[in-house]
Design a protein around this ligand. Structure first.
Ligand code: FEO
Ligand code: CA
Ligand code: CA
Length: 680
């Protein structure tokens, strides 16, 4: 557990980058053919000119491609608020009806539910995560941090959560639609104040019960059994075959205010103390005096127990109550991607994006019913939860996380940890996974099963491991690179992508094999060590087992992965610029079924200081969308803007509005000028 002390503020850029000036630490060939090898998919092509590395403050694309902003932070979702957005006068009430901050995951559902999903459609429901709020990128007129009021902070909290917006293709172009008012159409905001239900084995966990009382005392008005804790720190997620959106709560520690003394006061219970240590709350940079009471550890010590879950939202009913599916485990969830297994059960893959944490899979007890949508709506409440154990020689197994197995492992290890029931286990799932010897990973982010047009998985899964700036020696699944000194510890700053193949091609299997899909880095590097713009030494060889895993454009820090119908892999980066400073975060493409070394081409480069999230293709694959998250969060030289903001320095980016306009996170849509399919 000790390693987590260093991770208290670590998982990545944390929420309020800079309210009190805390330094926030922010920080991959297969020997076999790729995922498409076993399918009849046509060979993937990449018929576009690679985009040159650039630090331009715009979205850079290959010739013949154009982009436009689909929607950005603050844009009105309803006619009830003005089309004119003024970030300085933004209130909670307004933000509840405007597109949220720091957009991350994107998912598109057909405007009318259908299974299997149609491969075309001019009207879609776009589900967007609003991961966290950057204080330094809100309220431009504020000159000092101490000018933040409780109202500012409440507005900032409201900018986080989920935004759902209808989009429509009008001639060749996509546009976002406004609804007349909330409830009149599919547009909606879900914030850290929205009523939700806690569902599954942890629904009556004592921590949940205690925290729910506090939340509802502060935000009365929810229905019976609802908790006004909403959702927050929504990173990636997924979509289910039954047409719901899964939103993954990641760095929930970043939303709770308090001091070490508050935690000590609340830590009479060893399990609680361990939970604080593991997840690293509270965040020391949120001013306690102005934080909403229910988000203060002193007032609500078990508040964090209501977060770190996968949240299921039915976008087809704007009045539906989101449900937190506790059966999938509480952790810093990055994603929740689904595949229908051989027998009709549904596998959900999640990554826990913190150094040394684990990879998980949940398999439903019930089977998906393609003819009865309603019958699927609570499938995620019952099933088996597993953590991955990567073994030497390319084998691996899924460790079933049950009270019996976890308590037996604790006893054998002479650990004092015990789990009272499955609810207690899912609440503290990291502890259970660790006791059962799940493999510590290099920040597993997106975990994408390969599925066909009928959502059937073929057992292949790609796993983006963003990086690890503290790892020592090699572990199975987390290889080290060539080095002049093979006996020294080695960071993995560029990250890597793993491939996992479930036994017998069955996504419900309990055994798998694994391989390296790509070791990220620089295939043309003159030296094995590359000095980054901030003077760090990155190991950038892309070779594994003596063979280069890829050729072409260098990249680092893979975050989100998209697989298209021809099995091209679209990889969005978060922090690539911290390794290779000559190019902002970007999207690269590689055919999954290429022989090694696989070719990699850069398709898109984002503006200054932005990570690229949520790569998405429309069903006909004639439009590519992604989120430009937090443009201006750092300079080209790599300095974080929160360190500069209160000196009066202008933001390092003016995306998407240009000129000297304040930067806004935005969803962009990319199309081919000739209307053709993206990438062909
Ligand atoms: Fe929210 Fe793990 O990136
Ligand atoms: Ca992410
Ligand atoms: Ca990210």
């Amino acid at each position: 557990m000790a390693k987590h002390i260093n991770d208290l503020i670590a998982s990545r850029r944390a929420v309020l980058g800079g309210l009190v000036g805390m330094p926030l630490l922010n920080l991959a060939g297969c020997a076999t053919p790729g995922p498409a090898a076993s399918s009849a998919a046509p060979p993937a092509v990449m018929n576009f000119a690679s985009v040159a590395a650039t630090n331009a403050d715009t979205v850079s694309l290959p010739p013949g491609y154009s982009f436009r902003t689909l929607i950005a932070w603050g844009d009105a979702l309803f006619d009830t608020v003005s089309v004119n957005f003024d970030p300085d006068t933004l209130t909670r009430a307004e933000q509840e009806q405007r597109f949220g901050q720091n957009c991350d995951m994107l998912a598109a559902l057909p405007h009318t539910y259908a299974f299997p999903p149609p491969r075309n459609g001019d009207r879609l429901i776009l589900c967007v995560n609003n991961e966290y709020a950057s204080a330094e990128l809100m309220f431009p007129a504020l000159e000092r941090m101490d000018q933040f009021s409780a109202a500012h902070l409440e507005t900032l909290y409201t900018s986080v959560g989920v935004s759902i917006v209808e989009i429509e293709r009008d001639d060749a172009d996509w546009r976002a639609l406004k609804n007349p008012a909330p409830g009149e159409g599919f547009n909606r905001r879900i914030t850290p104040f929205t009523p939700v239900r806690i569902s599954g084995p942890a629904a009556q966990h004592p921590w949940v019960v205690a925290a729910s009382t506090v939340f509802n005392a502060n935000e009365p008005g929810g229905g019976a059994g609802e908790v006004a804790c909403g959702t927050l720190q929504n990173c990636a997620g997924g979509v289910t075959p039954w047409g719901t959106f899964l939103s993954a709560e990641e760095n929930f520690d970043s939303m709770f205010a308090g001091t070490p003394e508050d935690v000590t006061e609340a830590s009479r219970d060893d399990a609680y103390a361990l939970d604080v240590l593991s997840h690293g709350y509270p965040a020391p940079y949120i001013p306690r005096r102005i934080a909403p009471s229910q988000y203060r550890i002193a007032d609500n010590p078990h508040g964090p127990a209501l977060f770190g879950w996968i949240v299921e939202i039915d976008p087809y009913d704007p009045n539906s109550t989101p449900k937190k599916r506790t059966a999938l485990g509480r952790k810093k969830n990055e994603c929740a991607n689904t595949a229908i297994a051989r027998d009709g059960r549904v596998a959900v893959y999640t990554g826990d994006d913190q150094r040394g944490e684990h990879l998980y899979k949940f398999v439903t007890r019930g089977r998906f019913d393609a003819n009865n949508r309603a019958a699927n709506m609570d499938l995620l409440d019952e099933g088996d939860l597993y953590a991955a154990q990567f073994l030497e020689n390319g084998q691996g197994r899924w460790l079933k996380l049950t009270v019996e197995t976890a308590n037996a492992a604790a006893q054998a290890a002479e650990s004092p940890i015990r789990f009272a029931d499955q609810g207690d286990l899912v609440m503290r799932v990291r502890d259970a996974a660790r006791l059962l010897d799940a493999t510590p990973m290099d920040r597993p982010e997106d975990v994408e099963p390969v599925i066909d047009a009928n959502w059937r998985g073929d057992g292949t899964v790609l796993i983006a491991c963003t990086n690890n700036n503290e790892r020592g020696f090699e572990t199975p699944g987390n290889p080290r690179r060539e080095s002049e000194n093979p006996n020294t510890a080695q960071n993995n700053l560029p990250g890597h992508i793993l491939r996992l193949d479930e036994a017998n091609g069955d996504n419900a299997a309990e055994r798998f094999t694994w391989d390296v899909f790509a070791l990220c880095g620089d295939p043309d590097a003159p030296d094995l060590i590359h000095e980054t713009r901030t003077g760090l030494h990155a190991h950038v060889s892309v070779d594994w087992n003596g063979q280069p895993t890829f050729t072409g454009d260098r990249f680092a820090c893979p975050d989100n992965i998209l697989l298209d119908s021809t099995h091209r892999v679209w990889i969005a980066t978060d922090g690539s610029d911290a390794v290779f400073g000559d190019c902002n975060d970007n999207v690269v493409v590689t055919p999954a079924n290429a022989t090694l070394p696989r070719p990699v081409k850069r398709f898109l480069v984002g503006p200054v200081g932005a990570e690229i999230c949520g790569p998405l293709l429309t069903p006909d694959e004639r439009a590519f969308m992604c989120c430009i998250q937090h443009p201006g969060a750092n300079t080209v030289a790599g300095q974080e803007y929160w360190q500069l903001r209160w000196t009066g320095a202008p933001p390092p980016s003016h995306f998407p509005d240009g000129g000297d306009r304040w930067p806004r996170s935005a969803v962009v849509v990319v199309t081919r000028d000739d209307g053709g399919r993206i990438g062909d």
